[in-house]
Design a protein around this ligand. Structure first.
Ligand SMILES: [Zn+2]
Length: 407
């Protein structure tokens, strides 16, 4: 697991922070180092049309589609050592162990580093897995501008691929046996329960809205309380009730967040005429997601109508929940029970490359605990024994999945 440290060091900046934003110099350095590890083990890594870094280990029957395992190497600004990297390094170590064991798998193995998972550079992520799963690639234009003012066309060109041809990275359902991603949990569930392994059941669906409450701007001194149409008061009533509504109607993993708010005109002696805010909800099933949406907007309607205000809701993102493959979940549970590994079934509240992959291919995810649930921060940490348990589980899992019929 020294490789985790070495890849982390590739993102070191002068101010002692560590960042490997996709397509940056540091990201390229991290990928080159990972390619070096692959080459040292005799692999011939290559980039596909969407910038995914891929290496293949032959099986006994190369007419069969590969078992793919991996994750991403790019990070958020000043992120941690483990997010994404663990899934790539873990996949490499499992492939290494398979070879040492005289690799008896029928299926070939592919180790993958997906391109631009975090989406920091252009504000839109999961690029490589979106392309590979063959799903429509919305929101990726040649003309997109990066956070440092570069055009996507040029950035991709330097990286070795282009927007026009990236959909060619798509694979048919029959061209992949299954996909497995190992990742740090990034939440506190496993750490609190003191479990070494998380068997992921689904990746939460997400809906994001832009809500605008429209009242009436007026003088704060001369407008009687009974004559006011204060957009912020109605918005505040709604926002303070979001946790109550989510707790009442959501599953135990349902979450709702207002993360951004803008009040106009924004003056201390003027009654707010409009209040615009973001709302995001996440749930494990479509039914629960729809129920949360319905209950939240019924409350908003009530809060606005009581005070004779208007409101508008614009849906800005809508991702359906992504259940993991039942056969993979069951295999993970069986192995954990046989090996007496402490595990827990749990959903993922965060997005992963497995979300897109699961829409086309049989997909599963293994989580290891994040101490104190810290992630996307320098304090991200997973104990060595948990990292090793994850790798041992993945090693056993690929041997079971090699014999699993996914048709
Ligand atoms: Zn990640």
């Amino acid at each position: 697991m020294n490789r985790l440290e070495e890849i982390y060091a590739c993102g070191e900046k002068k101010d002692n922070t560590h960042t490997r934003i996709a397509f940056s110099e540091e990201d390229i350095k991290g990928r080159e180092l990972f390619s070096k590890y692959l080459k040292e083990l005799g692999y011939k890594p290559y980039l596909d049309e969407a910038g995914n870094l891929i290496a293949r280990l032959d099986g006994l029957r190369n007419d069969l589609p590969p078992i793919i395992m991996g994750s991403h190497l790019d990070t958020v600004p000043d992120g941690g050592k483990y997010d994404g990297v663990y899934g790539c390094v873990g996949a490499l170590e499992v492939a290494e162990a398979l070879v040492e064991d005289g690799n008896k798998l029928d299926h070939p193995i592919e180790i993958i580093v997906f391109s631009d998972e975090e989406g920091i550079c252009f504000g839109k992520g999961l690029l490589g897995s979106n392309a590979m799963s063959g799903l429509p690639m919305e929101g990726f234009s040649e003309k997109d501008l990066s956070i440092d003012g570069k055009v996507r066309k040029d950035v991709f060109g330097n990286y070795g691929f282009c927007v026009d041809t990236m959909t060619k990275a798509a694979r048919e359902r029959s061209a992949v046996h299954c996909f497995i991603e190992m990742h740090v949990e990034q939440g506190r569930i496993l750490d609190k329960a003191n479990k070494s392994i998380g068997v992921v059941t689904a990746i939460a669906g997400v809906k994001r809205y832009e809500v605008t409450v429209v009242g009436e701007t007026n003088h704060s001194g001369s407008t009687m309380m009974s004559d006011r149409k204060d957009a912020l008061v109605a918005a505040a009533d709604f926002i303070s009730n979001v946790p109550k509504i989510v707790n009442q109607y959501g599953s135990m993993f349902g979450v709702g967040t207002v993360g951004k708010i803008n009040v106009t005109p924004g003056s201390m002696n003027v009654i707010p005429g409009t209040c615009q805010f973001s709302l995001e909800i996440r749930e494990q099933t479509k039914e629960k997601l729809d129920l949360l949406e319905k209950q939240l907007f019924e409350y908003l309607k009530k809060a606005c109508y009581e005070t004779k205000l208007d409101y508008k809701v614009k849906t800005v993102a809508d991702y359906e929940p992504a259940p993991m493959d039942e056969r993979v979940i069951q295999s993970l549970q069986n192995i954990c029970e046989n090996e007496k590994i402490e595990y827990q079934k749990l959903p993922s509240g965060a997005f992963h490359d497995a979300m897109f992959m699961s829409r086309t291919f049989p997909t599963g995810m293994i989580f290891v605990p994040s101490v104190k649930g810290i992630s996307h921060a320098p304090g991200e940490y997973t104990k060595l024994e948990d990292l090793e348990n994850g790798c041992n589980l993945l090693f056993k899992l690929v041997q079971v999945l090699d014999k699993t019929n996914f048709d």
